[in-house]
Write a protein that binds this ligand. Structure first.
Ligand code: 1GP
Length: 248
């Protein structure tokens, strides 16, 4: 049975000014055992969501990784698919990404058409998400794999108009992403510009390496920050990042 409980949680947090944090797990870099440990620690630390995905998922651990996250925490597990093969009914929901910063029709609507019947059958909560790549200072897997150009980091007006168009088209969530491991995170000025233009829950991620950069994204107007690489590289970072949310 499909629900809209994750979207509702996003909207309620936004209305209440509560900042939230999601930990992104790359199933290619995280064994199911490590995912189990991470899930328990994330719950204890006060993380709000677990996300699973990557531009390429090559080693077949995807489903086991999702299951481990579900079994070992009560947190919503949200798929962040690099492609339409990354669907698991074991998750709670999925960001259905329309890559609105790009002009690749496959990633705006084409793959969605192919995935739609399986998504409907899965019972997953589907979160229609305007996905915007922002230049993070170096080419990232996602810009290469999607064959799209990111929005220049110094063009907040383009980001603003793109976000407005996404909202007007009926998307329910916006995600500004500098890409995993980005050299530079999404600049505060660009987050602020988007925040002023739309009411939707705003996710921001890519290259957030430390608590200060997470706080910067929150202060600029992000509702939910997404952190992956920093936690993979330095596990204690999970608790330090979660602590930032308590200070907002
Ligand atoms: C990538 O926004 C996410 O899509 C997370 O990025 O791995 O750089 O934290 P990092």
């Amino acid at each position: 049975m499909m629900t809209n409980s994750i979207l509702h949680a996003f909207q309620q947090a936004r209305l209440g000014g509560q900042k939230q944090i999601a930990v992104l797990v790359d199933p290619d870099k995280t064994s199911p055992d490590s995912a189990a440990v991470l899930a328990r620690r994330a719950s204890e630390a006060g993380i709000h969501y677990l996300m699973v995905g990557g531009s390429l998922v090559v080693d077949g651990q995807f489903e086991l990784c999702v299951e481990a996250l579900r079994v070992h925490s009560d947190l919503p597990v949200i798929l962040f698919p690099g492609d339409t093969m990354q669907v698991s009914a074991a998750a709670n929901g999925m960001l259905l990404l329309s890559l609105i910063s790009g002009r690749n029709a496959e990633l705006l609507i084409g793959r969605h058409v192919i995935a739609a019947p399986a998504l409907r059958r899965s019972g997953l909560e589907i979160l229609p998400t305007g996905y915007m790549l922002i230049d993070g200072g170096a080419p990232t897997s996602v810009s290469y794999m999607s064959n799209t150009m990111p929005i220049p980091a110094n063009k907040p007006d383009i980001a603003q108009c793109t976000a407005m168009a996404g909202e007007m088209l009926g998307l329910q969530v916006l995600y500004l992403d500098a890409g995993s491991g980005a050299r530079n995170p999404v600049p505060a000025r660009l987050i602020e510009a988007v925040r002023k233009s739309v009411r939707l829950p705003l996710m921001v991620g890519g290259g957030l390496r430390n608590p200060e950069s997470v706080l910067g994204a929150f202060n600029a107007g992000a509702d939910i920050v997404v952190v992956g690489t920093a936690i993979e590289q330095e596990p204690g970072m999970l608790e330090r990042m979660a602590e930032v949310v308590r200070r907002t």
